[in-house]
Design a binder for this molecule. Structure first.
Ligand SMILES: [Zn+2]
Length: 296
């Protein structure tokens, strides 16, 4: 069996110290590919150079470029212009536009940062729209972040009808919501949410969906696996409920090293317990799904 972590912030400083050891560990576990989205202009070159530096490594690192809705504060059209330019210049090295998206919790809490929720939505949508357009122009798939925002994301995806679609990262939601994305050609990122037994709605959806629409991801160092699955290895985390999907801060010290790409194996094991297919068949199909989306 071979595995791909379709979403890992491997350039995060949480991994800096032990990256070579971590990649060795991944190789031992047959985790062969790691897809690394960027989150803000600050880390565009970091993500690109990480992939370049490890070019000869048996573990392949694939970068993506995009601006995450959590990091829009202080950003304007000049940053979108910067993104466009670097995407065009790196077109042959990147495999997607991401991580982009819309986040309802960020809009709701905008007042704490002196912005109305309406203004915040406007800002988020402007960035999302621009980046979807960029993906369309460049014929690239997208990696989409969602949180309390399925109803807002869907009209954008329907409008753009991206040829290569992409991944709804860290999918959390109902079967119906999942089908809506799948009908548009998207795959769903299966991550640590399914390791929390209280995430019943998401687990039920993942159980019933076509296997051809799923990919594995850790979102490391965010989104730790549940204590139920990891035992005492995991620190206490604030994962309020399944509606608050990506409720952790990427660089929060509390999350340092509590999640890493090696956990793709744990997520796979949990997935295998909820799916009807044999584990070997699941693993083969999940790899095919990644191939089809990014490498065909
Ligand atoms: Zn992420």
């Amino acid at each position: 069996m071979q595995f791909t972590d379709s979403h890992c912030h491997l350039d995060d400083k949480a991994f800096k110290e032990y990256l070579p050891a971590l990649l060795t560990q991944c190789a031992e576990l047959d985790i062969k590919r790691i897809i690394v989205p960027s989150i803000a202009p600050d880390n565009f070159t970091q993500v690109l150079s990480l992939a370049k530096r490890h070019h000869d490594n048996p573990i392949k690192i694939y970068p993506c470029l995009g601006i995450h809705p959590w990091f829009l504060k202080g950003l304007d059209d000049s940053h979108l212009d910067q993104l466009s330019k670097i995407v065009v210049a790196s077109r042959n090295n990147i495999i997607a536009i991401g991580e982009i998206g819309l986040d309802g919790a960020i809009a709701k809490n905008a007042e704490n940062h002196g912005q109305t929720p309406e203004d915040n939505w406007h800002h988020q949508k402007h960035f999302f729209d621009f980046q979807l357009n960029l993906a369309k122009e460049q014929n690239l798939p997208v990696i989409v972040h969602h949180r309390q925002s399925h109803d807002k994301i869907m009209p954008f995806l329907k409008r753009y009808k991206l040829n290569r679609a992409g991944i709804i990262h860290g999918f959390s939601g109902s079967y119906q919501q999942a089908i809506g994305y799948i009908d548009l050609g998207f795959k769903l990122g299966v991550g640590s949410t399914i390791t929390y037994s209280r995430a019943k709605k998401t687990i039920n959806a993942i159980k019933r969906l076509p296997l051809e629409c799923l990919v594995l991801e850790t979102d490391a160092p965010s989104m730790p696996i549940s204590r139920e699955v990891m035992g005492q290895e995991v620190l206490t985390v604030n994962l309020d409920n399944e509606q608050v999907e990506n409720g952790l801060t990427v660089n929060s010290p509390a999350n340092l090293a509590v999640n890493s790409p090696v956990n793709i194996i744990k997520i796979f094991e949990v997935l295998a317990t909820i799916r009807p297919e044999k584990p070997d068949d699941i693993a083969i199909q999940l790899e095919r799904n990644v191939d089809q989306l990014f490498f065909s």
